[in-house]
Design a protein around this ligand. Structure first.
Ligand SMILES: [Zn+2]
Ligand SMILES: [Zn+2]
Ligand SMILES: [Zn+2]
Length: 461
């Protein structure tokens, strides 16, 4: 094929891919993955049998596919790894959060009347860092100091610059030698456990505030929550959480009238101020900055709207530690650290993870394995059982819907009357030469179709 030289190498490769005999089938598969950027290729087969007679009703073999394999989506949560799969994850996270605020997906609508707040839990300070400061819409100086003091390393302890929000200096320490890297890494490594302590301690604080016993509290109220982790510019994790009070059996009934938003906020503040984890040398606790806001159905009053909270949480659910200037995959060997394109601050945290990993006291933290996460090894989004639907259930519902669609097309009997036996083997992953162009196109077309559907839904509503 001759191609005009004005086309880029990408386009030429894409056209060559399109000329291959398996292209039509491959393109349908890539659409089915949502335009996944690193799809997984599978070899194998699936048999559908009559559950009573054992008769083989259908055979699917990847060997019979024009491509010779089946493509499946990578399912990666991170936007930096796969824009298609992370968009699906973000959508699911949004529905998980909003159904716990408004009802839907098996949660009763009355849940919107239960006391709930949006709280942000931060880490303490481990040393002075450059910061974007704002007051009445104006950017303020970072750390103005009249007397120009210097630290023991001869570096200024103040900074008179006005940093924009996206200034790469923001979050970087004023002096890397003064900064407590061990404290920072240990904090990240224990942030998940600190959150668990918090949720365990909340009921007794609530009971004390109400002047009742734990047993009486259990008959009156149940605590539900959903939280996501986010990295601050300074490389420390913080948590955004929706915390809600339900009746004793969960979202189906409101809690006792005595359980108000004010009570919830007081209990959160008291609990956060109290919980700590004692390590060999130090104690891990939350930082002083704790933001607690009521969540309203509408935006009036001095709170945040449920929609905004859900969108906010969903956005953070697809972010990794990259926003803190680190890398999005594990670092295997110490010599790799010097070569990473990361901020100096992130590099110091990664080095600290590797050196602490050598100490017997910190073995269980598996800091080497989690060095690229700057020590944090917890989940990015978690929720209590009764908050709302699980992300896994949303995925299952989609898979069931697709399976049902395929079954209707192939004319097979209902799943109750059949058994499927499948065996899949990993045959590789990622897009090959000429394929990224078509995956991108699939992604764009799917995004447009979604937008049109949303607009139509809005017009109908
Ligand atoms: Zn993907
Ligand atoms: Zn500064
Ligand atoms: Zn210093």
């Amino acid at each position: 094929m001759t191609v005009s030289p004005t086309f880029s190498a990408d386009i030429v490769a894409a056209m060559e891919r399109a000329a291959m005999p398996d292209f039509a089938r491959w393109q349908r598969m890539v659409y089915a993955t949502g335009g996944c950027a690193q799809p997984v290729r599978l070899h194998g087969e699936r048999l559908t049998l009559d559950s009573r007679t054992g008769e083989v009703l259908d055979v699917y073999r990847t060997a019979d596919e024009p491509t010779g394999y089946l493509l499946t989506a990578c399912g990666n949560r991170r936007a930096s790894r796969c824009p298609a799969c992370s968009a699906v994850y973000k959508d699911d996270a949004y529905h998980m959060i909003i159904s716990g605020l408004r009802g839907g997906k098996g949660v009763p609508e009355e849940v919107s009347g239960h006391p709930r707040v949006f709280a942000t839990f931060t880490a303490p300070s481990f040393g002075a860092v450059h910061a974007h400061r704002e007051q009445t819409g104006k950017t303020r100086p970072c750390r103005p100091r009249r007397d120009h003091p210097v630290c023991p390393h001869g570096r200024p302890e103040g900074c008179g610059r006005r940093h924009d929000r996206d200034d790469p200096q923001v979050g970087q320490p004023l002096c890397v030698d003064c900064y407590d890297y061990i404290g920072a890494v240990l904090w990240n490594a224990h942030a998940g456990a600190l959150w668990r302590e918090f949720t365990k301690a909340m009921p007794s604080v609530l009971a004390r505030l109400l002047g009742i016993s734990r047993g009486e509290l259990r008959r009156m109220v149940r605590l539900s929550y959903a939280k996501v982790a986010e990295y601050q510019a300074r490389g420390l994790v913080h948590f955004h959480a929706v915390i809600r009070l339900d009746g004793p059996d969960g979202p189906t009934a409101p809690p006792s009238d005595r359980c108000t938003v004010e009570l919830l906020e007081r209990a959160i503040r008291q609990t956060a101020g109290r919980v700590h984890l004692d390590l060999t040398q130090e104690s891990v606790r939350w930082g002083d900055q704790l933001d607690v806001r009521p969540i309203y159905v509408a935006t009036e009053l001095d709170g945040v709207s449920d929609q905004r909270v859900a969108a906010y949480v969903a956005k953070y659910a697809t972010k990794g530690a990259e926003s803190a200037g680190t890398v999005d995959r594990p670092i295997r060997q110490p010599w790799e650290i010097a070569r990473l394109t990361v901020t100096e601050h992130a590099r110091r945290m990664i080095y600290t993870c590797f050196s602490l990993a050598e100490l017997a006291d910190y073995k269980s933290l598996r800091l080497r394995q989690w060095a690229h996460m700057l020590g944090y090894r917890g989940h990015f989004s978690t929720k209590s059982r009764h908050y709302s639907i699980r992300l896994g259930d949303l995925r299952q519902a989609r898979a069931d819907y697709r399976a049902e669609h395929a079954r209707l097309l192939s004319g097979l009997p209902s799943p109750a009357e059949t058994v499927t036996v499948a065996e899949w083997r990993y045959a590789g992953s990622g897009l090959r030469n000429g394929e990224p162009f078509w995956a991108r196109l699939a992604r764009q077309q799917i995004a447009i179709a979604r937008r049109i559907a949303r607009e139509r839904d809005k017009q109908i509503a």
